[in-house]
Design a protein around this ligand. Structure first.
Ligand SMILES: Nc1ncnc2c1ncn2[C@@H]1O[C@H](COP(=O)(O)OP(=O)(O)OP(=O)(O)O)[C@@H](O)[C@H]1O
Ligand SMILES: [Mg+2]
Length: 277
């Protein structure tokens, strides 16, 4: 697995060598024999692994390996699978996405799913779950005003921590690829989270913004102490950020280990790069 140059980026200090220190809020994720098919295509074919609370792991593999489908199953966006998903020991298999999000497992998408016709601020405000105005009691007694005020303050704080203050009133359609990714991450974090699934967060992001995005991810992981599974084709970022890596091919886990170990794994080289050393 050569050619893992950092693509002109100056990557942040490697952090994935040890667990995050603040793991009080993190939740482990355990997958037990996940299988999911689309018609005749067996996209995920018996995947089992465990991510300890507070770990930052990578999920890599060639196009069509089943990575996104696996994230869809974990987050409830695909419920047509067999097997079990546990979050912090609780069985969340086949729960609806909003119910899983309310348990503090959140995700981003391969293509950012922001409301492009709304401002960044409005997008951030769509995120907090259980807004009081959504309940009849809250609507009648007006407590939603306090809640909305709190959410506004929280949105400004989140935006500031992601350096998004200058674009808060911009429409999301006006953002660059990198800003979109960062705004999506910020929106995700408006909800309390214990675990985050990231699907190709560096795709479409300029080299300068990739460094910023990586710094945000490191900060999230270290300061919030969340558990992270990151799917990414840019292996230099997997290497910089992740303590261990699962390799998927044809719906199965082919190997796992550090990038150093995987570089020497003939099966991985053949399946992932299509060539033996
Ligand atoms: N909605 C769908 N309907 C039918 N087949 C699908 C659907 N989504 C994915 N597939 C198929 O399932 C398999 C796994 O796809 P998936 O998108 O999970 O792979 P991936 O590892 O995320 O690939 P990539 O790296 O290109 O994003 C592929 O063969 C794909 O064509
Ligand atoms: Mg994918």
């Amino acid at each position: 697995m050569t050619g893992l140059a950092v693509d002109g980026d100056s990557a942040p200090t490697a952090v994935g060598q040890s667990q995050a220190t603040a793991t009080a809020t993190a939740a482990s994720i355990r997958l037990d024999d996940i299988r999911c098919a689309y018609g005749g295509v067996q996209a995920v074919n018996g995947v089992s692994f465990e991510v300890p609370a507070g770990a930052f792991i990578g999920l890599i593999g060639p196009n069509g390996a089943g990575k996104t489908t696996l994230l869809d199953c974990i987050s409830g966006f695909n419920r047509g699978y067999s097997g079990h998903v546990y979050l912090g020991g609780q069985d969340i298999s086949r729960w609806a996405p909003h119910k899983i999000a309310s348990k503090s497992l959140v995700r981003t998408f391969q293509t950012p799913r922001l409301f492009r016709g709304m401002t960044v601020m409005s997008n951030l405000m769509t995120a907090p779950p259980r807004q009081i105005g959504e309940t009849i009691r809250g609507a009648i007694f007006g407590s939603w005003k306090d809640e909305e005020q709190k959410n506004l303050v929280h949105a400004r704080e989140v935006a500031a921590s992601f350096s998004l203050q200058r674009v808060l009133d911009n429409y999301c359609s006006e953002l660059s690829g990198g800003q979109e990714r960062i705004a999506e991450l910020a929106r995700t974090l408006m909800a309390d989270c214990k675990a985050i699934l990231l699907d190709e967060p560096f795709a479409g992001v300029s080299p300068a913004n990739r460094v910023r995005l990586a710094e945000h991810l490191v900060r999230l992981w270290q300061e919030l102490g969340v558990t992270i599974i990151m799917v990414e084709h840019r292996l230099e970022w997997i290497e910089q950020l992740c303590s261990s890596v699962q390799v998927m091919a044809n719906g199965r886990i082919l190997a796992s280990g550090t990038m150093n170990e995987l570089r020497k794994d003939r099966q991985v080289l053949e399946a992932y790069l299509g060539a033996a050393p």
